[in-house]
Write a protein of this length. Sequence first.
Length: 190
Amino acid sequence: MSIQNDPGTKRNRVPFHSSGPAEKSMALLRVATGLLFLWAFFDKLFGLGYATPAAKAWLGGGSPTAGFLGRVDVGPFREPLRAIAGAWWVDWLFMLGLAGIGVAVLFGAGLRLAAVAGTVMMLLMWVAEWPLAQVSASGAPSGSTNPLIDYHVIYALVLIALAATHAGNTWGLGRTWESRQVVRRHGWLA
C-alpha cells in the first residue's frame, strides 16, 4: 500500500484509487472487527445466551456492566470499578460505546473517532482485568496469560491500524464520510 502526500492537508493519506490485496485485507479486518463489537452489543442487549444469558439481558432489566465490573478481583482499581458496576450511566456509556464503535467500524465511517473511543474502552477493560497480576485479591491465580499484550491491546491496535490506513475506503463509506464538509473542516471526525 503506497502512501502519498495529500496537498490539501499536512498529513499523508492512502490514495483513494487503491484497492489491492492489502486494502481488501484491511477492509475484511474492519468488517470483522465491527461485527465483533456489534455482537457484544446485541448479546448484552438481548441476552443471546453466549456471554449474556437471556435472564440478564439489558432489555430484560439486567446490567451489561454489573457482572464484569462486579467480579473485578485484581489490580489497584478493583474497588472503584466494583463501586460503579451496574450504575445506569456506566451501562449506557458502555452500550453506546459498543454500538457506536461497531457501526462506525463496520461501515467504515468515522474510523478515527471509533479508534479513539475503542482504544479508551479497551484500555479501561484492560485495567479492569489487570493482566499484570498473577494472583487475585483472594490469592487465587488470576488467569492472566500475558502481563502486557492481551486481547484488549490487540483490539486497540487493530482499531488504530484501521483508522491509520483509511480502511473504510474499501468496501465502506469512508470516502463518502470524509467528503462531508463538516468532516473536512473538523479532521478529527474522519
